[in-house]
Design a protein around this ligand. Sequence first.
Ligand code: F6R
Length: 602
Amino acid sequence: MCGIVGYIGARPAAGLLLSGLESLEYRGYDSAGIAVMENEKISVAKEKGRLAGLREVLDTSPLSGNIGIGHTRWATHGVPSVKNSHPHTNTDGTIAVVHNGIIENHEALKDYLQKKGYSFKSETDTEVIPHLIDYYYDGDLLSAVRKAAEKLDGSYAIGVISSKEPDKIVAVRKDSPLIVGLGKDGNFIASDIPAILSETKDVYLLNDNEFVTLTKSGVAITDADAKPIEKEIFKVQFSAQASQKEGYDHFMLKEIHEQPVAIRNTLRGRLDKDLKLNLDNLKFSDDIEKLYIVACGTAYHAGLVGKKAIETLAKLPCEVCLASEFRYGDPLINKNTAVLVVSQSGETADTLAVLRMAKKLGNTVYAITNVVGSSVAREADYVFYTYAGPEIAVASTKAYTTQLVAFYLFAIHLAELKNTVRQSELDDMKNELLHLDEVVSDILKSDDEIKKLAADIAGERDIYFLGRGLDYFVAMEASLKLKEISYIHSDAYASGELKHGPIALIENGTVVISICTNPEISNKLNSNVKEVTARGAKTIGFTACLSDTAAYNEIIKLPQVDPLLAPLPAIIPLQLLAYHVCTAKGFDVDKPRNLAKSVTVE
Ligand code: F6R
């Protein structure tokens, strides 16, 4: 995690760095800092906590200069503090470094450097980097960075400035994202596109082990052997406005409301009004007998729904795995398996590692991702973009629903290739898919009702979610949404599992939220709801099965759609519920504690 940014050009650097960091704060917000070249000397400003703190420091003691690097931190090694904040410098302050990633061999390097007389001020892994560059410096900053990088194990995107060569920024990446922005009056580095979007839409997407030297007038890219690399300029398609709140109080609320458009954008060009599916670019070999769907967090929850869709329609066995577990679980990958990774950011470290592992083992890798040009997008064999637009709020909403759309299309595509389901059935589903945006728009109108419910439950200590079949997966996602932004303890259970332990948690007044979208199994769920009611639970039903609602204390109506598609509309009011509970409690919706949007560490 962490976000890095750098600017070199004709304009004052500090303001540009701060506005870049503002867009990157979703990557971490434990502390922030910048280093600026002032009269050929490096000046550093840092502050613990949000960027606002650093702004105050800079208001009191401004930094001038046209070259600088900045960092917003998600703490890994060392507590959030000024001392551990980036930029980190070498002993005499002539080299400053910002870093996103983890240096796994930092202890050994620190040991080595200490023996050479270097002393350390922070608890971070990063601090070895400026010392190592200092150690290798013999008049050429780029070559010193190259030599230092050779010694680093782990992941890094690094930006370096040095007063010994005060006319450049040197940067490199390995397993952490980094892009270069080509501005009108200067050049940028950044962890992500939104950080530079108000300045330029022309970027270079760097690959691992590519080194960049930025000057005011140009950008030179070389590989680890110092060979020049020619790169095509990537034109960003979305606007800076897409990364703004546009009148909404929070990005999360804006992104919840953007879902109808995001769904339409994800369907566009892939599913025509005449129900023709255009996914011919996603090739699928007949030899594939099993698909591993691998992801983290919300994307994993999308994968659970995806498995059901693919198995039901395409009759292809799928296994859904958490990326962090899959990597070390000795999975049975062979020539008859394929891997589908799901990642909004396309940069999640564990998901990316699985992609690389699968490719190394010769498997075809499919990817569902939202970020064009991300590492996952560039390295997968086949990419399905969810055109949700930038998702800024840490809690994922529109990425999840568009991932579901991607899975539905993928499942129908495979079903058509394999001829596993009657075409009329698939056409009915396609037809419903084309109208899902309207269904979602309708649900968004129930905001007031949800807000009222949120006010009623905001004071709870524990809230449980129940569901059966696909509704269990919706319950898991709803529970994650609630706990990550409201800090209410919450768990999701398959409702039939309750009696095997969890029901012991139910006390008088415990809130239990049930999700029911499939009339065929609603009576089973209702029995489970009655069991918790009998033990004093306060029950709230998010239900499309309105014939039997007596068991609930309160009801939120869900629309009736094909049971396979139902998780998509069902999650919308539950996203709103989490949002309103969070605002009722006065917490920071878009930047919940301890979290970061893009998890680029394992
Ligand atoms: C939760 C959330 C996370 C992400 C997870 C994977 O609201 O956003 O659980 O889903 O960190 O991130 P991506 O999809 O970027 O790989």
